[in-house]
Design a protein around this ligand. Sequence first.
Ligand code: 5AD
Ligand code: SF4
Length: 481
Amino acid sequence: MEHLTTEGRAPAADAKRRQEFLDLLCAWNDAFAASSGRRRKAFLHTYGCQMNEHDSETLLGMLLAAGFEEATDQNEADLILFNTCCVREHAQTRVYGNVGALAKRKLEQPGLLLGVCGCMMQQKEVSAALYKRFPFVDLVFGTHALPDFPALLYRAAVLGERVFDGRGEESVPEGLPICRKKGASAFVTIMYGCNNFCSYCIVPYVRGRERSRAPEDILKEVKGLVKEGYTEVTLLGQNVNSYGKDRAGNGCTFPELLRLLNSVEGLERLRFMTSHPKDLSDGLISAMAECERVCKHIHLPVQSGSDEILRRMNRHYTASDYAQLVKKLRASVPGIEISTDIIVGFPGETEEDFEATLRLVEDVGFCAAYTFMYSPRIGTPAASWPNQIPDDVKHERLARLNALQAKKCVENNEKYIGTVQEVLVEGCDEREGQNAFGKTSAFKMIYFPGDESLIGKMLKVKVTKARSNSLLGEACTESVK
Ligand code: 5AD
Ligand code: SF4
């Protein structure tokens, strides 16, 4: 068979070929189970954002379709896969440490398969260095090779090759098996890649250009999820507001997509992330206001409150443009909560620039802010700029920003005390006797007494107390649905 060649990289994936490799892997795993009395198990480490989490759901889907079982503990695994992130250095360093720590285990368990994939492996120099530094790693592949995982795994696992695939061709894969987390909420990718090239960010280099899925494929997936019992869907993309722009009339815009999905019978909640402020249109604000299933929350990264820093970050908006957007959103979608991402210590950030960020945080009143110290990423423009900020200054600014945001969070949460909120129950937690938890439409986490039988239900919960990152409450007797 031509596609079983051991030369070069595996051929482009299509559903039929992928299935052939899954079948071959299944047969290999079945033979092992017949002789050993147990099935091979796979364990996945996932770093980074929701896109990566969702890629891991796809990797796991393919592994299960290939006849593996999921291991709950790395120590019982026959295959360990690291799905990596490279957005900040910290995530990258952890991968080196965790992969390196498996050298001894590989000596004791020679049949153990080790793979490293994801964004970090889409950077040529980094993946080549890791492949060289850790000769006991069997399989290395980047984000663009993900649809070909069954073929690559076949070569590593069955043919015993060391496999490296850093291909650059971008695709819009359809029909991959996905093993989602249990519960009521599911991720659905609507687009891949990013065209924005913010000067600090590595994502456009490792995820490629914006590629939108066809609306009919997204609709079919969402309808299928509702049939499986999911009631909340989060649409994923690096910049969902530019969804469809690359399809040149052969599709729809993001607001149109929201309206299309809003009509899916049985779907309770529709969320999306991430939105770039420069592309947030009036059309989207109207769609959010008019679609009853679209939740009252938007994740809208501001990154900085200083116009000069925003300009150098290549963000294409000013702090006052951002404040205007917030005003419009709040006027059109009453009760909407806004969360954000902020970077401190960007090259050249002065105390005045940082204070502008603090002022913006004070004025906007975010429900949550994910705050980061700037991390230079090789290959991005800002990494080679002068005036890099010393670590101690970054730490000090981050601490001040976090202290302010913690105070704002409590203030913001206090307004909910005494109100009754609709909560989609996600799970149970043993802490403080507040066993069940779930989110409001506005993305507020509420803990309240309850048990596992409530998971997946939509309940009315009365808020009794505000904490910095969550609310406490009591379930009202009747459920909403
Ligand atoms: N350093 C620090 N934070 C970064 N982010 C992206 N690149 C970097 C970097 N080089 C943050 C941004 C983005 C979030 C996902 O990660 O705030 O919105
Ligand atoms: Fe990175 Fe900017 Fe694209 Fe977000 S919009 S992924 S920060 S380049």
